[in-house]
Design a binder for this molecule. Structure first.
Ligand code: AHM
Ligand code: MG
Length: 339
């Protein structure tokens, strides 16, 4: 048989991270080590997600499998995997995870200068039915690297200060999208190699897109601008009268992944029932907003850029509208008009 030449030189995630680091002056390879640790965590979780139904990891924590062994729920497994992998990397001082109320301060000898905020397995309502779920992460560098003085002040910072962000979606394949502030690159986990291989070298979100994504069950509670925007989507107001399509997985990673590749808009607004929205600023809104902007799209709270927010607590929430630039700008305009 024949093998295509490019197949003999796959650009793996690890190799790509190294080339990114070579481009930044003064880089000492520490972020490389950290991103690799995240890559390993994602591979582990990808494998666990694919075996979960068989291994009895679905359902409630504390439930037992057919052999009567106690099994951990998949999201708790994912949390442990990332905590262990990040601690072992030796590059982190603080971890913030959706699964734990309190921040985790890493002690010597494992301590480093990076802060990682993450949602180890997002899309909880989709875990038990085998629909796509994902891991989301964002990375800050400590304000005083090497000082040994690390506090929550290192965490409560605007998203613009993140040095890297990404997600891994466990779907029909496992996809990793990542940015270190120089565009977005996408990788697909090759199950035969056990490596993430580059498949989307430079992701650009289309400036417009004919797909909107929102939990429409909440429509009665929406503000005027959101209502009006969705009406325009259905009327095809900016699409020659051809209605937009509605797609809503209910896993932010999957809904954002599709939006990055096909364009359109993903929305989780504030509404009468959840006045601050649902999604978490640090490890849901910021990483996705950074990816979207790095791919040429936009992300807003409705009134201001998502990345400009400063969270007032580690699990703070915010409304979010993100995707194709012109779609997001339309929402911003309607917010101004409707007040
Ligand atoms: P989770 O962290 O409990 O999984 O919640 C976050 C998820 C997102 O992935 C998704 O966009 C959203 O919640 C869906 O919420 P809803 O079911 O209210 O539409
Ligand atoms: Mg979540």
């Amino acid at each position: 048989g024949t093998v295509a030449l490019e197949e003999t030189d796959p650009l793996t995630l690890s190799a790509w991270i190294l080339t990114q680091q070579h481009k930044s002056a003064g880089a000492r390879g520490r972020l490389t080590v950290l991103l690799n640790a995240i890559g390993v965590g994602c591979k582990f979780v990808s494998s666990a997600v694919r075996r979960a139904g068989l291994a009895g990891m679905m359902g409630m924590a504390g439930s037992s499998n057919v052999q009567g062994e106690d099994q951990k729920k998949l999201d708790l497994v994912a949390n442990e995997v990332f905590k262990n992998s990040l601690r072992r990397s030796g590059q982190c001082c603080i971890l913030i995870t959706e699964e734990e109320d309190e921040p985790i301060f890493i002690e010597e000898p494992h301590r480093g200068d990076y802060i990682v905020v993450f949602d180890p397995l997002d899309g909880s309502s989709n875990i038990d039915c085998g629909v796509s779920v994902g891991t989301i992460f964002g990375i800050y560098k400590a304000k005083n690297p090497g000082s040994g003085n690390y506090s929550l002040e290192d965490v409560m910072r605007p998203g613009t200060e993140m040095v890297a962000a990404g997600y891994c979606m466990y779907g029909s394949m496992s996809y990793m999208m990542i940015t270190t502030g120089k565009g977005v690159a996408g990788f697909t986990l090759d199950p035969t190699l056990g490596e993430f291989v580059i498949t989307h070298p430079s992701v650009q979100v289309p400036p417009r897109g004919a797909i909107y994504s929102i939990n429409e069950g909440n429509a009665v509670n929406w503000d005027e601008a959101t209502k009006k925007y969705v009406e325009e989507c259905k009327a095809g107001t900016f699409n020659n009268g051809k209605p937009y399509s509605l797609r809503y997985v209910g896993s932010m990673v999957a809904d954002v992944h599709r939006t990055l590749l096909y364009g359109g808009i993903f929305m989780y607004p504030a509404d009468k029932k959840s006045p601050k929205g649902k999604l978490r600023v640090l490890y849901e809104c910021f990483p996705m907003a950074m990816l979207m902007e790095q791919a040429g799209g936009k992300s807003t709270t409705g009134t201001a850029s998502s990345l400009g927010m400063v969270p007032d607590s580690i699990h703070a929430r915010a409304p979010i509208y993100l995707g194709s630039r012109e779609e997001v700008e339309r929402i911003e305009q309607l917010k101004k008009e409707c007040g």
